[in-house]
Design a protein around this ligand. Structure first.
Ligand code: ADP
Length: 677
């Protein structure tokens, strides 16, 4: 178990199950939700359907209730009508009995008209109920009529009759005997008064009560006006107590049709509102599902983009816990994103022997002091290899603008680092080679320059020895010294000769090579210098350029030297800085030109430029062009310098082409120089 593993396992609560707000949303659940939506596309209609069912249920219930109410009302009405009919019949029977008692009186002793009018039974009847009493003789003559028209009771009775409708009659036959003839007693009574007296208040408040005849004419009624068509009613025949009359009860209590009840109105309104709400819900659900669809597409895009990014992305909360890593970041360190999310420092990808450094860097970053331009770091892949990374930290803010952590983009610069290292080593080797070449050239030049004076010394010394050797007075030690001097000069000459031989003996390792490849590799070595001086290099070559026979290392050195000289010349001037390196076939040679738009040669001739130790630079050695010329001449080519047609300088050299190359001219390059071509 590694230190980091141990630390992770021992630290309580490091594995945080809860996914922070930043983590990718739980897709499976959403898919489930999505499929549920797909299965029930009309989910929005469910409340409406259920409500309609409820309303239908309530309607059925109300209808049934209305039916039951009507039944109950009818039963009540029938029983009330029968009981009222019985009461009225009783009353009429009572009155008939009283009239019969009066008849008995008349039958028992004959009564004068006056006595009849004052008889207690007559007065009592009139006061109580009767409108008038008429005593008819058996021949139909009116024996007595009470009250007569002059009596106030008559007016009262007529008023009652007018007010409440038609009058009814009670009649009792008088049995005839010897003293008295037969006849009959007729008592007129007010049907309205009968109703008023016999109908209790509670019944009158419940029903409109009428007495009607066969042709529906109202005889008497507790209310004015005809029956309302909506009223429930019941009739019971009053025959025989009131022949051809009907007692009608019409319920005042109207049973409202079920569809006009308050619950129905409320339900109707409720369904309408629910309908509107459902339409709105449907719209809302559509827009939600469209938004969800868009969100899912966007999330898929985002995750695809994040996963395909070459840049690693890492988000941490304010405590430094990893809340998100993309696939690139996870791959960079050899873990799965799920294995990293939720971890707190020390991270498993920190280099074990650099834990302290990593922790202090982490604390610096958490304090918001990470360099804005990014910082380099080294991590360890799960397989143990080290990964160089460039990290750019930035604050992570939520929708409300609150900082909730740190977001970092991570670049894997391992390869770049390796390349830089390789480049550095190559430059070092080249610089070393250049130094050696320069040393060789210096030594060669010195040897060349010293050879002459040394030869002269040796000649003078030999001449002197010869001249002095002919004289006898010569001191032998002087002769000896002169001889030694000659020997030393000859020795020095031999050394110089040997050095020259050694330096000139080295033959370049000529081989067929692509001049374009050599140019590109030489220019790439100067990439940094060129970009530092803001110089743009354009390389141009014929498509089917034949290979040249050359030592690529030496020719690369020439290219580097010429391009660097051009870049140095350009660095002194403002404005655009261009170098054009081009290669083209010229007979049996390939001619390479390095042209710049710098200050140019300013009249200095080629011989002077190529001479050793000529330099116009403060720190220049003046050996570069001399070496270049030596190298080119070693390859049987020519190095030239001239002013560019517009401005700047053009340095060009030629190299023989490879005769074995199928595209090349088969002439032997060793036998000719460019001038021959
Ligand atoms: P060094 O680079 O050490 O000066 P070189 O032999 O390479 O030695 O160059 C000799 C001189 O030639 C330079 O100092 C410079 O004055 C001149 N020179 C070389 N290349 C160019 C160029 N492209 N434009 C103008 N002058 C140049």
């Amino acid at each position: 178990m590694t230190n980091t593993d141990k630390a992770r396992n021992s630290a309580p609560g490091i594995r945080v199950p809860e996914r922070p707000a930043l983590a990718v949303p739980p897709r499976p659940r959403l898919h489930l939700l999505g499929s549920r939506f797909a299965l029930m596309p009309s989910l929005w209609a469910w409340p409406l359907v259920l409500s309609v069912l409820l309303v239908a249920g309530v309607m059925v219930w109300l209808q049934a209730k209305e039916g039951a109410d009507r039944e109950a009302q009818r039963a009540d009405m029938i029983s009330d009508a029968l009981s009222l009919e019985a009461q009225i019949t009783n009353r009429l029977d009572e009155e008939t009995n009283k009239l019969r008692a009066l008849a008995d009186v008349i039958q028992s002793r004959p009564l004068s008209q006056d006595a009849f009018a004052r008889h207690a039974l007559v007065l009592d009847g009139l006061r109580r109920f009767w409108v008038s009493v008429t005593w008819l003789g058996d021949d139909g003559r009116i024996m007595a009529h009470v009250p007569d028209d002059a009596m106030p009771a008559h007016d009262a009775a007529r008023n009652i009759g007018d007010e409440v409708g038609m009058a009814g009659h009670l009649s009792v036959s008088l049995a005839g005997h010897e003293e008295h003839l037969g006849g009959m007693l007729v008592a007129r009574y007010s049907a309205g008064a009968l109703l008023r007296q016999k109908v209790p208040w509670w019944l009158a408040s419940k029903y409109d009560i009428r007495l009607v005849d066969e042709s529906d004419e109202v005889i008497a009624a507790t209310v004015d006006g005809p029956r309302h068509p909506a009223q429930a009613w019941y009739r019971v025949s009053m025959t025989p107590s009131l022949p051809n009359a009907w007692l009608e009860l019409a319920s005042r209590e109207r049973i409202t049709p079920w569809w006009r009840t308050m619950p129905m109105a409320l339900m109707g309104g409720f369904v309408v509102l629910l309908g509107i709400a459902s339409v709105m819900l449907r719209k809302q659900m559509h827009s939600v599902s469209r938004a969800e669809e868009a969100w899912r597409t966007e999330a898929a895009w985002r995750s695809a983009m994040e996963d395909s990014l070459a840049v690693g992305i890492r988000a941490r909360d304010m405590q430094g816990r990893l809340v998100y890593v993309n696939k690139t970041m996870a791959d960079m360190v050899g873990y799965q994103p799920d294995e990293l999310i939720g971890l707190m420092p020390p991270m498993p990808y920190w280099v074990p022997h650099e834990l302290e450094q990593s922790m202090s860097r982490h604390l610096r970053n958490m304090a918001g002091k990470a360099p804005r331009e990014g910082y380099e770091s080294r991590w360890q892949h799960r397989d143990g290899t080290e990964v160089d990374v460039m990290v750019f930290e930035a604050p992570l803010v939520d929708a409300k603008g609150m900082q909730i952590g740190w977001m970092a983009s991570v670049l894997n610069i391992t390869e770049r680092k390796h390349m830089e290292e390789r480049e550095r080593k190559q430059m070092e080797t080249m610089a070393h080679n250049a130094r050696l070449t320069m040393l060789g050239e210096v030594a060669s030049t010195l040897a060349h320059e010293l050879n002459q004076p040394l030869s002269a010394i040796a000649s003078y010394n030999a001449g002197l020895l010869n001249a002095l050797g002919a004289r006898d007075d010569m001191d032998p030690p002087i002769m000896k010294a002169l001889q030694r001097m000659g020997e030393q000069a000859a020795h020095a000459g031999r050394i110089v000769k040997r050095i020259r031989e050694f330096l000139t003996r080295r033959e370049p390792r000529r081989e067929p090579c692509s001049i374009m490849g050599v140019i590109e590799s030489g220019v790439s070595l100067l990439k940094r210098d060129l970009s530092r001086h803001d110089v743009r290099v354009h390389i141009q070559g014929d498509a089917h350029l034949p290979d040249v026979v050359a030592d690529p290392v030496l020719i690369e050195q020439v290219v580097v030297n010429l391009v660097r000289n051009a870049s140095d010349a350009l660095s002194t001037q403002a404005g655009e800085r261009h170098i054009h390196v081009s290669a083209a076939q010229a007979g049996r040679f390939v001619r390479v030109s390095v042209a710049d738009n710098g200050p140019g040669l300013q009249g200095v001739r080629g011989d002077r430029l190529f001479a050793p130790f000529y330099s116009t630079k403060a720190d220049g050695m003046g050996m570069g062009l001399a070496i270049c010329r030596s190298i080119i001449e070693l390859h049987y080519g020519v190095l030239d310098a001239e002013e560019a047609p517009e401005r700047g300088a053009v340095f060009s050299f030629s190299l023989p082409i490879d005769v074995a190359d199928p595209g090349a001219d088969p002439a032997d390059p060793a036998d000719s120089t460019e001038e021959d071509a």
